[in-house]
Design a protein around this ligand. Sequence first.
Ligand code: PLP
Length: 232
Amino acid sequence: MDRNEIAARVAQVRERIEAAAGRAGRDPDQVTLIAVTKTRTAAKVEAAYLAGVRHIGENRVEEAEEKRPLLDLPGATWHMVGHLQSRKAERAAACFDILHSLDSLKLAQKLDRLLAEQNRVLPVLLEVNVSGEASKYGFVPSDSRFEADVAQIVVLPHLRVEGLMTVAFVTDAVEAVRPVFAQLRLLRDRLQRQFPEGVWAHLSMGMTDDLEVAVEEGATMVRIGRAIFGPR
Ligand SMILES: *Cc1c(COP(=O)(O)O)cnc(C)c1O
């Protein structure tokens, strides 16, 4: 796929976001498009940047470490959207600007310690496993430890909790995921009241197949791979 095709596909994704925002009476500028570039070459990341994308998502530390130094993309923000193993926390903090997948108190505490040494604050989203599927990462809101964990995370001085992230289940019936996104929004509203130490502005939800539903349900960040770069 060449540069022009990637630009055309970015434009199509922006149109999808605008249409969905319009239906929900939302301002499309409140939805940040993150191009998820996992498995894609640095040249393709650059093509998305040249098409106006300023948010890059990767799901592995190694890939960001490899591509980021090859690219000079002023004003770009790099998002870690995949599961982060605790032993890679230091490397992730070095090459990402925001972590969407904070999924345990232990990881939060480790990151906070590492960031304290550098006198830095890292924006994070709490990953939530809304449907409680065993195969998924993320906090399970019905878990008895959930609120106690959140209470400890929001006061960590070197993390800034900016909201929630979820990965919906895969289905052909896209409407089936609407309750997942609606529940994430309701959970965010509740946590915002309960833990005013956090910022809670963001809902990172929606991928190639379900971005419209996510935007209608309040997504402020959509994470799009295949619609921009083609099948993996
Ligand atoms: C790959 C990935 C995406 C993008 O998925 P597409 O279906 O290609 O749009 C979004 N979020 C996460 C966490 C991913 O790993």
